[in-house]
Design a protein around this ligand. Sequence first.
Ligand code: GCU
Length: 329
Amino acid sequence: MKRTIFIWVISIFCFISVLGVFAGGGQEAEVIKMRLSTNHTEHTPAAKGYFYLADRVSELTNGQVTIEVYNNAVLGSARETLEQIQAGALDITHASTAHLSAFTPIMDIFSVPYLFRNNDHFWKVLEGKIGSEIAAYAEEAGMKLVVWVAAGSRSFYNKVRPITKPEDLKGLKIRVMGSEVMIKTMEAFGASPTTTAFSEVYSALQTGVIDGAENNPISVDNMKHDEVSKYYSMDEHMMIPDVLMISLSSWNKMSKGQQKDFLKACEETQKFIAEEWGKQEGESLDNIKGNVVINQIPDKSEFIAVVKPLQNSLSAQFDGYIEKIQAVK
Ligand code: GCU
């Protein structure tokens, strides 16, 4: 009798357990936890966008995919985090296409000086067919481009003199990102380029290792480079997009449905960052005014003329894409 009761108790227990597994199947799935790295402070449009992305991904996937954001390059420089992404050691990173060009050479096309006419042209290209075609190349390097991140126009700043014409750049030691096209551009201007990680530019300026650098107003303001510079000269020579990259191994961990939700959140994030950029750019220019003298360069034709031969010489390297981009109306 005791034995029969025992068997009954065990059988009921097993039945309840099996029922539990079926009913709670969804909740048993493992949560996918991702880490996202940026070399930005938490106040930039991009960093704010990534907090937004983390919230939206969690909301849309009912907490099944989570993203933890690490700012200030604590996980490494853009170059280093891209290496980690490629090795599958990190899930997501922010970078400039100039950094990405070391892994996916065609990305250096966006460093071509005066490639874009204006902000509208920039977005038309990136959000159109050309943007998708170029983005797809990154998959050959083991990563997927999921957000085109607004990064404004880059201008020169330095400690020596205001840049009002191309000759003013002659002989200046200018920091650039690790991009061949950026290096060639500085050489075309007669400046002497040196590559330095973003987080080290402040001390390089302070100690005089470099005379200047070039970047958008929001980055200059957030990294406080204005504290160690004297002039910000708005020649706006490049509009280099930033990008958000996910490693293909992390991407493949998500189910089809989660990938769809993830991309929806990315699409929203792209808009969020671009809007935030519009709000912050003017504020940053105002903020740096106290430390640097800002000069406008309304007529940029001399600058454009100096780099035109370089642009022509790069045409073959980029497979006709320079012309295709310029033909976008
Ligand atoms: C921009 C960009 C950064 C990049 C930096 C740089 O500010 O937003 O992602 O790293 O330029 O010059 O290194």
